[in-house]
Write a protein that binds this ligand. Structure first.
Ligand SMILES: *Cc1c(COP(=O)(O)O)cnc(C)c1O
Length: 229
């Protein structure tokens, strides 16, 4: 067997063994060719997340949709929503009203309700997308009025931290925001997913209450950006 496949099979088994009950594994599949994503699916992966619209569209026909649920996890331009609206079952990166409105419009046009997560800029980094932690509730109340989308939780990518302790603080913070918003019982909002944690820190994220971890390199190996999928 292909060395890469052996690697994926082994890593997937290892991650699944450590994954606490109730925590979903999403394979972050940017730069990973469809052949390997499908292999991971044959080994038991059920959720995958793509970052780039073009890449998702290119791979889409080759993906094993009987086994895989496809999410969109990257920065999303409103004018590209139309290319993915019929292909993904969740969008993790909603961070502005105009984007939520476009998803709503495009979903309604095909009689669909798109589950979305609100991306929170938990470290308040100027360079990063996501709504500010203190604005999250107001933002959710606003987009919850839109038909065609269903807010189902939060997503975050914490800042690069030089210590485990600081990193954990961010995951505790996002969990608290998640709980606070859940308690508001906003109409048309079903807070059920906290998408947080990546290859380097998913176990800490899960310990802090994340219930969906997005793992890329830890599952598929180092990304090779120069290789076309
Ligand atoms: C690439 C990516 C991941 C996974 O990153 P790894 O460190 O390779 O696990 C998770 N979430 C998002 C949004 C990503 O772009």
């Amino acid at each position: 067997m292909d060395e890469k496949k052996a690697f994926i099979k082994e890593r997937l088994a290892e991650i699944q063994k450590k994954l606490p009950t109730g925590v979903a594994l999403l394979g972050a599949t940017k730069t990973v060719p469809a052949e390997y994503i499908n292999y991971a699916a044959e080994c038991g992966l059920r959720l995958m997340g793509e970052n780039r619209v073009n890449e998702l569209v290119e791979k889409y026909d080759s993906l094993n949709k009987d086994l895989l649920e496809i999410h969109f996890i990257g920065a999303l331009q409103s004018n590209k929503v139309k290319y993915i609206i019929d292909k993904v079952s969740m969008i993790h990166s909603v961070d502005r009203l105009s984007l939520a409105e476009e998803i709503s419009r495009r979903a309604l046009a095909i009689d669909k309700v798109m589950p979305v997560l609100v991306e929170v800029n938990i470290g308040k980094e100027p360079s990063k997308s996501g709504v500010m932690p203190e604005d999250t509730l107001a933002f959710i109340k606003e987009i919850a009025k839109l038909k065609g989308i269903s807010v189902q939780g939060l997503m975050t990518i914490p800042p690069k931290c030089d210590s485990k302790e600081k990193n954990i603080e961010f995951y505790k913070k996002i969990k608290q925001i998640f709980i606070d918003i859940s308690r508001q019982n906003v109409d048309n909002v079903n807070m059920r997913i906290l998408s947080a944690g990546m290859s380097g820190d998913w176990q800490e994220a899960a310990e802090c209450g994340s219930n969906m971890v997005r793992i890329g390199s830890g599952l598929f190996g180092m990304r090779q950006y120069d290789v076309k999928s």
